[in-house]
Design a protein around this ligand. Structure first.
Ligand SMILES: CC(C)(COP(=O)(O)OP(=O)(O)OC[C@H]1O[C@@H](n2cnc3c(N)ncnc32)[C@H](O)[C@@H]1OP(=O)(O)O)[C@@H](O)C(=O)NCCC(=O)NCCS
Length: 174
């Protein structure tokens, strides 16, 4: 298998790519944590600039980060259901990698590419545009080091109840 250096990082472009992401979403999250295809389609339709994929040399999806914007400082249930284009916080709902590619550094590279892509998005806005000021996500306890190495700060246990896991609020201010 080719290495992480051969991957291309770009926004998803088609419904077929969203369907490929859904397959990994279903495997990576329990049924009460993961997003439905309908919810992923909504996020793609309304916030494609926040749906970043890693693709192999054949163009197959290897992993992705999927989010919405919200007018709230942390990830909320509401942000899982709707995208507020004026929201200054990007609420990251999924960071997911094909099991065949895990523990090779894909998620780390995706998170790095994600921050760059949001900064690029901000610079593309005209001065009156709604800039993104913060990235926020809910981390599983064992993955806190992954996010802290990517530049996130852990604030503590989240008040959000989502499935049976205890979640931790992690943020990065831009
Ligand atoms: C979590 C996930 C995205 C990690 O993807 P990945 O490409 O394997 O991550 P990386 O290779 O970049 O990992 C970098 C470091 O993060 C940590 N890490 C990654 N996966 C981990 C795991 N399952 N448990 C504990 N630490 C982990 C390790 O420190 C790892 O470094 P190492 O491999 O040298 O030990 C992937 O396991 C996944 O898709 N899981 C299912 C969905 C999910 O739980 N997403 C996160 C929700 S918070």
């Amino acid at each position: 298998m080719a290495g992480v250096d051969t991957l291309e990082f770009r926004n998803l472009r088609s419904v077929e790519e969203v369907q490929a992401a859904r397959v990994f979403e279903e495997g990576g999250y329990t049924s009460d944590e993961g997003a439905s295809l309908e919810s992923m389609r909504y996020r793609f339709d309304h916030a494609a600039h926040l749906f970043l994929g890693a693709f192999d040399q054949k163009g197959a999806l290897v992993g992705y980060v999927m989010s919405t914007q919200a007018d709230a400082p942390l990830v909320t249930h509401r942000s899982m259901e709707e995208h507020d284009p004026r929201g200054s916080t990007v609420c990251i709902h999924s960071v997911c990698v094909n099991p065949l590619w895990q523990r090779k550094g894909v998620a780390s590279r995706l998170l790095e590419a994600y921050t760059s892509s949001i900064c690029k998005y901000n610079s593309s806005l005209d001065p009156s545009g709604y800039k993104i000021k913060r990235l926020a996500l809910l981390s599983r306890e064992n993955l806190i080091p992954l996010y802290e190495r990517a530049g996130y700060t852990t604030l503590g246990k989240s008040s959000v109840v989502h499935g049976t896991e205890t979640w931790y609020d992690c943020i990065m201010d831009l």
